[in-house]
Design a protein around this ligand. Structure first.
Ligand code: RUB
Length: 308
């Protein structure tokens, strides 16, 4: 279990972060745990796998990618230990492979919306959004990217590093400069932590303000997301939990204040009315079609939840 705890710690502390990356890290961790587990009994194997899944699930509360990935890996009911072990390994490998393919396809589909000469604004650090941007760049379109810092964890610095390596002309702005530059922006592209049944987006704090700005300036707003970022449980009425992180991420020394409380929500909610399209691996869809994606791609999970 040590390695599972190690991965969990890396996810909680955000050494591994981003909805897609935490999902694949959790899948790989369950796979490796199942391979290394010393046991002779299927019952014990099942118990230990459930325990490991539970530890990983509790690391971060918002991204549905984590629970979708864990559920996909844990769908292995079999009669004997060797086939149970094998099923976990195959499920995890399939999930990881599919998520890599999905990123590529999202890039191909989403990049069609970027024209030669466009300026694209992105927020936080999303591999799906970067796939859209980098595919446009690789296809020969001359583009410029404006990246926000994304306080308090500065994921924007990771983004500019990635874009720089790709040779993409990039400008870094503070989060509050978004409105000042929005009139120069042709398209906003962001990733997703959760997309609900009605097409609402949950993503890095600040996304909703950017969407509002884009809407007011008539700038297109695209979400780049694998289908495992859609939340089946929202069909059943479940609300998304917004992670509230430690105060010290915002203000390192709060002890000198007596009447101040720091609030540090990590994600916010963007209504579907502000989203022009969602680029997924199965196509560019309007947010209103999210329900269909959940039914078609993640339907099995819903049935399971209903019988819970
Ligand atoms: C990351 C974040 C990203 C999404 C999508 O938040 O909000 O936009 O997770 O990323 P944090 P990706 O840094 O708190 O994990 O497309 O890479 O899955």
């Amino acid at each position: 279990m040590d390695k599972v705890l190690e991965t969990s710690e890396k996810i909680s502390s955000m050494e591994i972060r981003g909805a897609g990356r935490i999902a694949t890290a959790a899948a790989a961790s369950l796979r490796d745990f199942s391979k290394a587990m010393q046991t002779e009994s299927l019952e014990d194997f099942n118990l230990q796998m459930e325990k490991a899944a539970d530890i990983l699930l509790k690391t971060r509360p918002t991204a549905v990618s984590l629970s979708n990935a864990i559920r996909m890996v844990m769908k292995y009911r079999t009669e004997d230990l060797p086939s149970a072990r094998l099923a976990v390994v195959l499920n995890a490998n399939r999930f990881i492979e599919n998520s890599e393919k999905a990123l590529e396809r999202i890039g191909q589909i989403g990049s069609r919306r970027i024209r030669d000469g466009d300026t694209v604004l992105t927020h936080c650090n999303s591999l799906a959004a970067i796939s859209v941007i980098s595919t446009a760049h690789k296809s020969g379109k001359k583009i410029k990217v404006i990246a926000t810092e994304s306080r308090p964890r500065f994921q924007g610095i990771t983004t500019i590093g990635m874009l720089d390596k790709l040779g993409i002309e990039t400008e870094l702005i503070v989060d509050s400069a978004v409105r000042s530059v929005m009139n120069e922006v042709d398209l906003v592209v962001v990733g997703a932590d959760v997309i609900t049944a009605n097409g609402t987006l949950v993503n890095k704090i600040g996304t909703a303000q950017i969407a509002l700005c884009a809407h007011e300036a008539r700038t297109s707003f695209m979400v780049a997301a694998e289908t495992y970022k859609f939340s089946p449980r929202t069909i059943l009425g479940e609300l998304v939990t917004i992670e509230e992180r430690e105060a010290k991420e915002v203000l390192p020394d709060i002890s000198k204040y007596s009447h101040v409380r720091v609030r540090n929500p990590a994600f916010d909610v963007t209504p579907h009315q502000y989203i022009d399209l969602i680029s997924t691996e199965v196509g560019a869809i309007p947010p209103e079609m999210s329900y269909m994606i959940i039914r078609e791609r993640l339907g099995w999970e819903m049935e399971e939840d209903i019988s819970d």
